[in-house]
Design a protein around this ligand. Structure first.
Ligand code: ATP
Length: 135
């Protein structure tokens, strides 16, 4: 008998960033991190900026997602997000620059709006660096 898997799709307005069958998927919801195995009951969550980790044949792959929604039903997980990148596709120099830029703004800004915008940019850069990191 073949093992059950989860069909995962990570979709942005521009393209399908990831589509594959996996043994498990882990993500960061706005009210906490969660993991889904095959045959889980239907489940939905709003995602935080962070990492989606997909496990397949003992191997893990990380994909950065910039918030969005996660829906699981009938062993299919659909993630809709504004932007997502597979770890191997991430330009780490660009993410490091974005992180430094955001930190400089956070350290020098006086308006709440600028700080909020920079905090979101910092979270995006940190998620990208985490997705690109080994392990
Ligand atoms: P930056 O300031 O470097 O543009 P950003 O957080 O403002 O970063 P987004 O607006 O979230 O970027 O994304 C714009 C597009 O660029 C998206 O298609 C996203 O996937 C891509 N992108 C952003 N940063 C990176 C990166 N470090 N590596 C690869 N693709 C990236």
């Amino acid at each position: 008998m073949t093992e059950k898997t989860i069909h995962i799709k990570i979709i942005t307005p521009e393209k399908i960033v990831y589509e594959d069958d996996a043994d498990a998927v882990y993500a960061k919801g706005i009210s906490g991190s969660f993991g889904i195995l095959p045959d889980h009951i239907p489940f939905m969550s709003v995602l935080d900026i962070g990492i989606v980790k997909v496990e397949k044949s003992g191997q893990g792959e990380k994909i950065s997602v910039m918030g969005g929604t996660f829906q699981f039903k009938n062993n299919e997980a659909i993630i809709l997000t504004e932007a997502a990148e597979r770890g191997t596709d991430i330009d780490t120099a660009r993410a490091k620059l974005a992180k430094e830029r955001a930190e400089a703004i956070i350290g020098s800004s006086e308006t709440i709006k600028d700080i909020k915008t920079a905090n979101a940019a910092l979270a995006r850069a940190m998620a990208r660096l985490k997705a690109a990191s080994k392990g």
